[in-house]
Design a protein around this ligand. Structure first.
Ligand SMILES: C[S@@+](CC[C@H](N)C(=O)[O-])C[C@H]1O[C@@H](n2cnc3c(N)ncnc32)[C@H](O)[C@@H]1O
Length: 358
């Protein structure tokens, strides 16, 4: 089988496995247990706080997984599941789990702008991906290592959404592709990628990877990981942040007027319909938290911007922790007024009453 072709879990491993390569690492190599590309809204910096408040758990759920920051940084527990609605993300984690060497092969590429645009077109506008998206949804065994490797490479070459279709008049000179620091030889870099992706595959070995709406993962005791009376489940909810705090408050029945409809997130590529869908999603998550937070076997952490979910504190005995990011990708911009910079001091996590260790 060519490593260029999509495959199933049962398929033989990649071309690279024919070369004399022995993976030298295991999932215990902690520095390798991180997503190989930058991800908007990634939460690796607050993992220690969430771990402390979750304490000993038997199940872990990330319904809005993205770069899977929490799962990757924790020791495994008995029942773990990642979910995302983004098929590129789901394909990436499926492919890493099943054939890390093929993904490494496709992610191993120098940074060249012509390739970036060509691969961007292939990944985000071509028919090939429509087919892959369909198959990812229809076939739980399906993955495409080339799509996964190119996705990781492209997101590591440039800042923000440039890879996803925005052509900039001034080229960005940041981003070294996947794998930093830069290795002295091609072969050393290739081996490093195989080690890295292999360690991720080891870590994800027992992790279920789901593709769809977040609610599927929180709708029943078994999907939440509550299998018996000793089960304690950590639920890490990190939905996209609201565009309008007032609109969310109105959807929750906590306010009657919208006074700040344009208060927004850093992501500025959404149309108004999408924005109100995000606000509805945030309200739905808040509503689920109101209903589920009193379950002592659930330890729920909910991420958002300051004020988004304060009704959980005032009306439902939740606690909150505010923190500051380094501004994410927006901090790399020369402009001083980007929303990412503005939002960096507004990050908050709300913890349900079942959490420990405050
Ligand atoms: C803020 S990011 C999560 C970041 C993640 N915690 C990390 O550390 O990388 C939000 C994620 O939610 C996903 N998402 C958006 N709407 C969703 C939905 N209705 N159901 C499941 N996932 C969704 C997005 O694709 C995105 O990956």
């Amino acid at each position: 089988m060519s490593a260029n072709t999509p495959c199933h879990r049962s398929a033989q491993s990649s071309q690279l496995s024919n070369s004399p390569v022995t993976r030298r690492t295991t999932a215990s190599d902690k520095k390798l247990l991180r997503c190989p590309f930058p991800y908007f809204g990634g939460k690796s910096s607050i993992v220690p706080i969430v771990n402390e408040r979750f304490g000993e758990i038997t199940a872990l759920r990330e319904p809005f997984a993205g770069s899977a920051a929490l799962t990757l940084a924790r020791e495994p527990v008995a029942h773990e599941a990642l979910n995302d609605v983004n098929h590129y993300i789901v394909n990436f984690w499926r492919a890493i789990k099943s054939d890390p060497e093929s993904v490494a092969e496709h992610a191993h590429h120098p940074v060249t702008e012509a390739d970036l645009h060509a691969r961007s077109t292939y990944l985000f506008r071509g028919d090939a991906v429509k087919g892959a998206q369909h198959r990812i949804a229809q076939d739980p065994e399906y993955f495409d290592p080339r799509l996964a490797g190119w996705y990781a490479w492209g997101k590591s070459c440039q800042i923000a959404n440039a890879f996803e279709g925005v052509q900039k008049s001034k080229p960005s000179m940041r981003g070294n592709g996947v794998c930093v620091p830069v290795y002295r030889t091609q072969r050393a870099r290739q081996l490093a990628l195989i080690d890295w992706f292999g360690a991720l595959a080891e870590r994800l070995h027992n992790v279920r990877i789901l593709y769809g709406d977040w609610q599927r993962l929180v709708s029943a005791p078994s999907s939440l990981g509550l299998f018996n009376k000793n089960s304690i489940s950590g639920i890490f909810l990190d939905p996209p942040y609201a565009h309008s705090l007032a609109r969310v408050q109105q959807l929750l029945g906590l306010a009657t007027e919208i006074s700040d409809p344009d208060r927004g997130r850093t992501d500025c590529y959404l149309c108004d319909d999408d924005k109100s869908q995000v606000d509805q999603l945030v309200a739905d998550v808040n509503h689920w938290c109101q209903q589920s937070g009193s379950n002592p076997r659930l330890r729920i952490a909910l991420c958002g911007y300051s004020g988004e979910h304060d009704n959980l504190v005032s009306d439902h005995s939740w606690t909150k922790h505010s923190w500051t990011t380094h501004g994410g990708w927006a901090n790399t911009s020369k402009k001083t007024d980007t929303r990412g910079k503005e939002n960096k001091s507004r990050e908050t996590i709300w913890f349900s009453p079942g959490c420990v260790g405050e």
